[in-house]
Design a protein around this ligand. Structure first.
Ligand SMILES: Cc1ncc(COP(=O)(O)O)c(C=O)c1O
Length: 458
């Protein structure tokens, strides 16, 4: 036994799994963990120390010797030449790049307040929170969301209808698990939010792209193309990525189609809180008197995406089916974070934060648009939408928007090409860019100049 322990440590150190200077468990703790006699581990540690792999630090325990040299890892198989590493995430992780889409103003998040509420919440941790959380979500948070949705989005729902998920993708995945059968048709706006498209394809949906114009999804085209589709995904408040709103006539047509054909509508209401001209429009769900709409909200835009908290409001008749589905997976979200968000909402901080961000974003949006117009002159048409967190810039160029975006990305700007989110060509070409993290006029000018240099002359 002591030889086995010795060998495992030796290989782990040589292959870098244990790093020079890293502390290892005390002989007593390791013996207890492995159910061995203390002497067995002592013998292995003594040999490792004798050969220079470990060093004792007295009271401070034992660590991997600092001078140990790591061997190269054995190669399992030769790597294919020049293959790009696989992308693990649909959305870039880590510190956002300039102009990155969909990230709220991280500099303006009230971190002090958040950490105060967080510390209070951890101090109040009771035994119940140490056990498994409710897979439907924390009861207080579900209550807080249902209370928020009526004044903010015109939605009447009980806390029972609210399911907490780990992000919009998880909400969509849950909706597909419960409502979609493989091979069924699914209307998707064209252009769309690409992660949603990939997720639906993986769930086995047959996607029917439905064009979007200045009044939102062309519902009549959807009915013509796939009248028997099982589901439709829409972003009615602020179409992703064109930013238009679904007109009231089309909202009524969509609901009437869903009711008569028995289809489900998933409403993605990701950033509707931010509207700069006029009051936010009520959600499509607010008009749903027959229970065909599932409403997907997220905390990624109104708080921050690192939270990984979103929610899905399902019609009353679907509550049992969704409860069974989340119960089967027994995953759920960390209860502590949910409690913290519930505190934040109950104490009125969320509404205050949204209000502040609305006026900050209104400023940042104009600042970026002005800087772009100054840098590009007549060559640019900035389409300022009534709401949202990004703008759309149509740039005159002989090159395609995807080529312009690629040039800009090489200069470290995270702009994206509209055409890469589309199946058809009706939406045209444009660059999409986030304005929420552009903190000053000087920064806006610098970014606009960099973009101008990257995309070159017409
Ligand atoms: C169209 C759209 N829907 C939903 C989301 C929210 O996704 P999540 O909750 O995973 O952050 C985003 C975020 O960028 C989005 O652009």
């Amino acid at each position: 036994l002591h030889r086995q322990i010795y060998e495992r440590f030796r290989l782990a150190i040589l292959h870098g799994q244990l790093r020079p200077g890293q502390r290892v468990a005390s002989a007593r703790a390791l013996a207890a963990q492995l159910g061995l006699a203390r002497g067995t581990v002592d013998a292995a540690y003594a040999q490792l120390a004798g050969e220079g792999y470990l060093e004792a630090m007295g009271q401070k325990g034992t660590r991997v010797a600092t001078g140990v040299i790591r061997l190269d890892r054995p190669r399992a198989a030769p790597l294919p030449a020049r293959r790009a590493p696989p992308a693990v995430a649909a959305i870039a992780a880590g510190t956002p790049l300039p102009l990155q889409l969909g990230i709220p103003a991280l500099d303006a998040f009230p971190r002090k307040l958040w950490s105060r509420l967080g510390a209070r919440r951890i101090r109040a941790l009771g035994l119940a929170q140490l056990s498994y959380p409710d897979p439907r979500g924390n009861a207080r948070l579900r209550e807080a969301i249902s209370s928020y949705l009526l004044p903010a989005r015109g939605i009447r729902c009980s806390a029972d209808q609210v399911f907490i998920t780990a992000g919009y993708g998880a909400s969509l995945d849950l909706a597909c698990r419960v409502l979609l059968r493989a091979g069924q048709r699914f209307w998707l706006e064209d252009p769309c939010y690409p992660p949603a498209r990939r997720l639906l394809e993986e769930a086995g949906a047959r996607i029917v792209p439905v064009p979007v114009d200045e009044h939102g999804m062309r519902v009549e085209d959807g009915i013509r193309l796939a009248p028997k589709a099982a589901l439709a995904l829409v972003t009615p408040s602020h179409q992703a990525p064109l930013g238009v709103s679904l007109s009231i006539a089309r909202r009524m047509k969509l609901l009437a189609w869903a009711q008569s054909s028995g289809a489900w509508i998933v409403e993605d209401d990701y950033d509707s809180e931010f509207r700069y001209t006029g009051a936010p429009l009520p959600a499509l769900k607010a008009l749903d008197s027959v229970g065909r709409v599932l409403y997907a909200g997220t905390f990624s835009k109104v708080l921050f995406p690192g939270l990984r908290l979103a929610y899905l409001v399902v019609p009353p008749a679907q509550v049992d089916a969704f409860s069974r589905a989340v119960g089967r997976s027994a995953s759920g979200c960390p209860d502590l974070t949910q409690e913290l968000v519930a505190d934040f909402m109950e104490e009125g901080h969320l509404s205050r934060h949204i209000k502040k961000m609305r006026s900050l974003y209104a400023q940042r949006r104009i600042t970026l648009a002005t800087a772009l117009e100054e840098a590009f002159g007549d060559r640019i048409r900035v389409q300022l939408q009534a709401g949202g967190m990004h703008l759309l810039a149509r740039i005159q160029s002989r090159r395609r928007d995807s080529q312009l975006a690629a040039s800009a990305q090489r200069q470290g700007l995270a702009v994206q090409a509209l055409s890469q989110r589309a199946t058809g060509t009706h939406a045209g070409q444009a660059l999409l860019m986030g304005f929420t993290n552009v903190v000053s006029k000087a920064q806006a000018r610098e970014l606009a100049a960099r973009l101008r240099a990257a995309v070159g002359r017409a």
